[in-house]
Design a protein around this ligand. Sequence first.
Ligand code: 3PG
Length: 419
Amino acid sequence: MQAGILTLDDYDFGGKTVVFRVDINSPLDPKTKKLANDNRIRKSSPTVKELADWGARVVLLAHQGDTEDYQNLISLDQHAERLAQYVGRPVEFVDDIAGPTARERIRGLKDGELLLLNNVRYLSEEVSTFVNFVKLTPQELAQTWLVRSLAPLADCFVCEAFAAAHRYSPSLVGFAEVLPAFGGRLLIDEFAALSRVKETPKHPCVYVLGGARIADAFSMMEQILDEGTADHVLTSGLNGEVMLLAKSYRLGDATERLIDDKGLTPFVARARALLSRHADKILCPSDVVVDDGGRRQLALSDLPADRLIVDIGELTVLRYIEVINKAATIFVNGPAGVYENSVSAWGTERLWNAIADAPGYSVIGGGDSVSAGAKFRVLERMGYVCTSGGGMVRFLSGQELPVISALRRAANRYQERKA
Ligand code: 3PG
């Protein structure tokens, strides 16, 4: 048991039929719809292998895309092939989710066999509940068609999908209401790593928050600064630029237009409020870079910029590295600039390397940040690399994660029954 959640060490899975919810939602090549990155499949495979080696009959449930992310809402057949390569065992794919074909295949599973059902987000009940069109209680989620159809065929439920732990839906929450439920190895690891930077950080604790997902950055900053988790927040990317606007710097037409077009202007007032409460803790860029065929650095006294700001400058990087080197705990989310472009990758590359080499415990998370980390070959040197984006941000913003709550309720019920 860890953090109130039963783990794989609390049950004998041999010969048991396990509904196993993974998050193998992956980026696709927009033209070919082939997997463009299989990081989540690779990271989920050790637990799948462990259960199969144990002799469990594993029924894998997963999603890809959703109704809003419709271009990525595709069948999971290629996920099954890729998972089989990583696990080193066949993974049968069935083009059904909870209908007669899927149920018949589940009944026919033998010890150690793996079956991947099709995309759970093809089911309206899976999506309409998590986007809150329909508000259901956990008990009502357990009465959905998916759970009513599959739970009677299973002995237990394992959830590995920390990346989707913020989604309140049948496949993630419903099974835990009616079956003994366990956290998978990856879910437990991810939860523990994020707890180390949020609940029990060693101080000084530094959050390095850049990128363009300003709503996420603000919900994290408001929480971690107000509750005293972070001793410093190092801002960069659009986050740093919004901070500079809040300090009354003019960034120039191109950058201000971009911020306005992205609907981020309202964050300037929130940035001012944060700065007024935590001026000493929030560090803002002291120089920026524009791209005019090469890097041109501008001090704050040179603003407004005559071109789009694409990176932080050398002075900022040096100031930030000094803070990073003294930190006992470091969390990083959101690149410092347009890292995909060689002219503007420098700030992100320097910061990422400094974080990887710093003596403190570091956690990196979020799709862009991890892609940048892979590009700069620093991931192996980070303390922990998160597979999740939305789940991670909500956890660090102090929000309850429905999957974690469901697993804790299930653990309480399991122990009461055993007592
Ligand atoms: C993710 O990609 O962050 C997870 O798979 C969750 O996806 P979602 O945000 O579409 O629920």
